[in-house]
Design a protein around this ligand. Structure first.
Ligand code: PLP
Length: 497
């Protein structure tokens, strides 16, 4: 058989590219006739993809899919230019509606109101732990050790982009305190859990991919997905009976796998923000079996957000043993954060922890993560890395002793709030552990109306998809007792118009 030379193949591709370019020009000419009137919506794009693209078993599917999405993007970009909606300096696809952090904005409003009306305000917005006097909790053992670290050490660059070797070992040992996780792993230091999530999005996904996110879930996942030009598919963790259930996650995961031949998903467990759900052992068994099955269709990345892990009543490490059941087709990246675990929100320290059966794969990805970290922030807080090592390696008993009363206090606040909610039939998502619980309000208009009406009564909560988030972490016992009735009254008033 006569083999084509590489030169022949190049020439053939050039002919095809010329045809594609001619078609693209034709397509843009047609787009121009619509002016700046937007041509696409999510639904319309989905319809076109389903109609235009070949069946999903085709090996080229991910490329068709990206090409089609690129066409949608190019259309939008050109129309934005025609309509003067594009900025001259910014890259295309930026969020052009400005950025407001919904939590910080409402929480600032609440703080200002508290100065004027100290006895009336209930500020249930802040996602950091406060004591019964509303003072931010800062573990003494952490800051005594931090203050004992020489200034020259705090001032110095860290010895490596991926973090010091002591820190990387200390993070893994701290997460795997029970020793139940026995898998190849690697740790890369990051600025907070957010840094770990940013590395994951930057290295595991590309423009127009789908990412599977929890809903309700931490709002910043969506902001980050948008920033990475990703499409979001959401899964509900609650079924119609109000129980935690993985059925929707599984269905939506299949949908994403079909589209991208890859499933990248975020799970915030234990102590989910905002509901407080922690998966049971049987949920974890189902999840690992499902992810292994999905890995036979394409690659699977499980991003597990551990931000609130240390506030689970059972120690928050139950999930570890289940990760051992995952096949090498599932890459796990745990986003670890010192913000809550060490009460060190402002120190900006965390880690991306890669776990997979194949050490070579882990090492390869760790090296890519390290390169990405160098581009995004270089290295992290050196003094705090040293502090983390000294606390968790040498003084773990002090940390546990200082945290435990707050785990118990959170439990008491939750028990009081949930009992109050039950007494006045206020619907809540199921709560197991953690900083937050959530009042369930599916009707967005009603939720917005209630949120606004509550502010008139000096009560500040956070709007999330499917309800209002209640920050048990920042309210005292008295407020936890009073708030359910106030919410229930407010809801009834809004329902009655
Ligand atoms: N994940 C969740 C669910 C969070 O609520 C937060 C912070 O609020 C983070 C991650 C990130 O925290 P940080 O970047 O401070 O570690």
């Amino acid at each position: 058989m006569n083999m084509k030379s590489v030169e022949d193949i190049r020439n053939e591709i050039e002919v095809i590219d010329t045809m594609i370019n001619e078609l693209l020009k034709k397509r843009m000419d047609v787009v121009r006739t619509a002016g700046s009137e937007p041509l696409y919506s999510r639904a319309r794009e989905a319809y076109i993809i389903n109609r235009v693209l070949p069946d999903t078993d085709n090996e080229y599917y991910p490329y068709y899919y990206r090409m089609q999405n690129l066409l949608f993007d190019l259309t939008e970009q050109m129309q934005n230019r025609i309509g003067n909606r594009a900025d001259r300096f910014l890259r295309e696809n930026n969020e052009m509606n400005g950025f407001t952090d919904s939590v910080f904005a409402v929480s600032q409003q609440a703080s200002a109101d508290r100065i004027q009306n100290p006895d009336k305000v209930i500020n249930s917005t802040v996602g950091s732990l406060s004591d019964e006097n509303h003072d931010l909790v800062a573990f003494r053992c952490v800051y005594q050790i931090y203050n004992s670290i020489p200034d020259s050490h705090k001032a110095a660059y860290a010895s490596g982009i991926a973090g010091t070797s002591d820190f990387r070992k200390a993070v893994y040992d701290f997460i795997n305190r029970t020793g139940e996780l026995q898998m190849p792993h690697e740790v890369i230091a990051t600025p907070g859990g957010t840094g770990a999530l940013a590395l994951a999005l930057s290295c595991f996904t590309q423009d127009n991919d789908y990412i599977l996110l929890p809903s309700p879930g931490w709002g910043n996942y969506r902001t980050m997905a948008k920033n990475s030009n990703l499409n979001v598919e959401s899964y509900a963790l609650i079924n119609d009976k109000g129980e935690a259930d993985l059925t929707d996650l599984m269905t939506k995961g299949i949908y994403v796998m079909k589209k991208c031949h890859k499933l990248v998903m975020v799970l915030n467990d234990p102590c989910q923000n905002p509901t407080g759900i922690s998966l049971s052992d049987s949920d974890w068994d189902k999840l690992t079996a499902y992810l292994n099955k999905m890995a036979t269709f394409g690659s699977v990345v499980l991003i597990q957000d551990l931000a609130y892990m240390d506030y689970a009543a059972d120690g928050g490490r139950r999930f570890l043993k289940h990760l051992n059941d995952l096949s090498s087709g599932v890459m796990v990246m745990m986003a670890f954060s010192c913000s809550k675990s060490m009460t060190a929100y402002g120190m900006r320290l965390g880690a991306a922890v890669l776990v997979n059966g194949d050490q070579n794969e882990v090492d390869k990805i760790a090296s890519v993560f390290t390169g990405a970290a160098r581009c995004l922030w270089s290295n992290v807080n050196n003094g705090m890395m040293e502090c983390f090592v000294r606390v968790t390696r040498d003084n773990i008993i002090l940390l546990d002793r200082e945290r435990q009363p707050f785990v118990e206090l959170l439990r008491k606040r939750a028990d009081s709030f949930i009992a109050g909610a039950r007494a006045c039939a206020l619907p809540l998502y199921p709560y197991n552990d953690g900083f937050f619980c959530t009042v369930k309000i599916d009707d967005e208009t009603m939720r917005d109306r209630l949120h606004k009406a509550l502010i008139q009564k000096h009560i500040y909560t956070i709007k999330i998809a499917g309800g209002l988030r209640i920050a048990l972490c920042s309210m005292n016992m008295d407020e936890c007792e009073r708030l359910p009735r106030l919410l229930s009254e407010g809801l009834k008033e809004c329902q009655n118009g």
